[in-house]
Ligand binder design. Structure first.
Ligand code: AMP
Ligand code: GLY
Length: 418
């Protein structure tokens, strides 16, 4: 089978790495890919958001199956466009990807189908939003409705901070049109756990639970990032909590989307908060998480291509999805200054040595003129190791990362420990 993966970060490297192990996949392509992906797939220089260009290339190259990984092409309807061109594609159609693309939509869905989440109101007028914030008091959470690269959420500890956030989103258009509607919601407290689940429109199979680390610095300090590391499974996600989530959150979500005429095929990302009143949805994403995917797929014992096909064909209840025992941990090595301001283009050394004891997924790299690997983004690498226990996986990942260096390299030293 000729398979094309759309995207070019650490998540896509993990997906390509796993697909390359499938006997079904005879040719693997990735657009646009990166320096590490190029070692397992043929990279194609098309932007992930170029729907028309991607469909044209897939048709011309007789691609059998397309896997769309990032949120923006999903929201733009890349899966719909592939299907219209007669190409099988993994991922939700735009009408289902909206669970990530519009927070107002997903909150409304949860309210209608009684799926536990924070109480909220939606606003399109600044005055009303400001009054509501003053009435509710702090702490309170202000969210831009649309996609904002994970930065459209402000957890405000004072009324003033929340009102300033609403002003920036609605009046100053900090996130463009993404912020012309805002969701203002109750602040929840508790540990956060991520559960990704495969869906075929009807059936749902949760993957191992995981946790990521969004803040840039140790001790959960500093600005929010795309994620500085992740591990799986989460010790906080007990079998009792899993049962509640399946009954009250996962299945009702799949059924709600089906009932709304928006059957979800692909991966649903459940961002959960384990509050004292039970698990609550913090957010839905319509795709694999990054960097959660790196440790999770490292633990998958089954053929990923079989699972992708079952999701598209509606036969997820017939595939055997097995996980390896133990745990996995991914440490992100980032460019100094990320997520605010950083330089790229620095040579990376020690990759081969690190690769002997861990899998080094590339997030932001490119091949230089002489084949050397250069930094090319904020998050550069995700050093991922497995172990019999979480402690062992963490220790192995940090040990494996030791030989790697590039100018201004920055990483957290407490992944899996806080
Ligand atoms: P989101 O983009 O919706 O995942 O929000 C980003 C982060 O903001 C989450 O991972 C939480 O840490 C935090 N957050 C979002 N909503 C809430 C809430 N209602 N209460 C407390 N924290 C929240
Ligand atoms: N790691 C968070 C996300 O993928 O949205």
């Amino acid at each position: 089978m000729k398979v094309l993966v759309v995207g070019g970060g650490g998540r896509e490297h993990a997906i390509c790495w796993k697909l390359a192990q499938s006997p079904k996949v005879t040719q693997l392509y990735c657009a646009p890919g990166n320096g590490g992906i190029a070692q397992v797939a043929t990279c194609v220089p098309i932007k992930a958001t170029d729907v028309e260009g991607m469909v044209k290339w897939a048709k011309e190259n007789a691609i059998d199956f397309v896997m769309v990984a990032p949120d923006d092409p999903l929201a733009l309807g890349m899966v719909d466009a592939m299907e219209a061109a007669g190409i099988r594609a993994f991922g939700p159609r735009a009408n289902a990807a909206i669970i990530e693309a519009s927070k107002a939509f997903s909150k409304e869905l949860m309210k209608k189908y009684h799926i536990p989440t924070a109480k909220y109101e939606t606003f399109t007028e600044l005055d009303k939003a400001l009054t509501y914030i003053a009435e509710q008091g702090a702490p309170i959470v202000v969210k831009a409705d649309g996609l904002a690269l994970g930065k459209g959420v402000v957890v405000a500890s004072t009324v003033e901070e929340a009102q300033a956030a609403a002003r920036e989103m609605m009046e100053d258009k900090k996130f463009g049109e993404s912020g012309s509607t805002v969701v203002i919601e109750e602040c929840m407290v508790g540990p956060e756990v991520t559960v990704l689940a495969f869906c075929d429109g009807e059936h749902l199979v949760p993957m191992l639970s995981s946790q990521d680390h969004k803040r840039a610095y140790d001790g959960n300090q500093g600005p929010n990032t795309g994620g500085m590391g992740a591990f799986c499974p989460s010790p906080k996600y007990t079998p009792e909590i899993a049962k509640i989530c399946e009954e009250q959150i996962f299945r009702p979500t799949v059924e709600a989307l089906k009932a709304e005429g928006r059957p979800f095929k692909g991966v649903i990302y459940f961002g959960l908060m384990l509050t004292k009143d039970g698990p609550r949805v913090v957010e839905y994403n319509a795709r694999f998480g990054d960097p959660e995917t790196q440790p999770i797929l490292s633990m998958l014992d089954s053929d990923l291509m079989d699972i992708f096909e079952a999701c598209v064909d509606g036969t997820l209840d017939q595939v055997d999805i097995r996980w390896k025992p133990g745990a996995a941990c991914c440490i992100v090595l980032a460019s100094g200054g990320y997520p605010v301001k950083y330089q790229s283009g620095y040579p990376i050394s020690g990759l081969e040595e690190a690769g002997k004891s861990a899998t080094v997924f590339h997030a932001g790299t490119k091949a230089g003129e002489n084949g050397e690997i250069l930094t090319a983004g904020g998050r550069v690498l995700g050093v991922t190791a497995t172990g019999a226990t979480l402690e062992e996986a963490i220790a192995k990942a940090y040990e494996a990362a030791k030989p790697i260096s590039f100018q201004d390299m920055h990483f957290r030293t407490d992944i899996g420990k806080v």
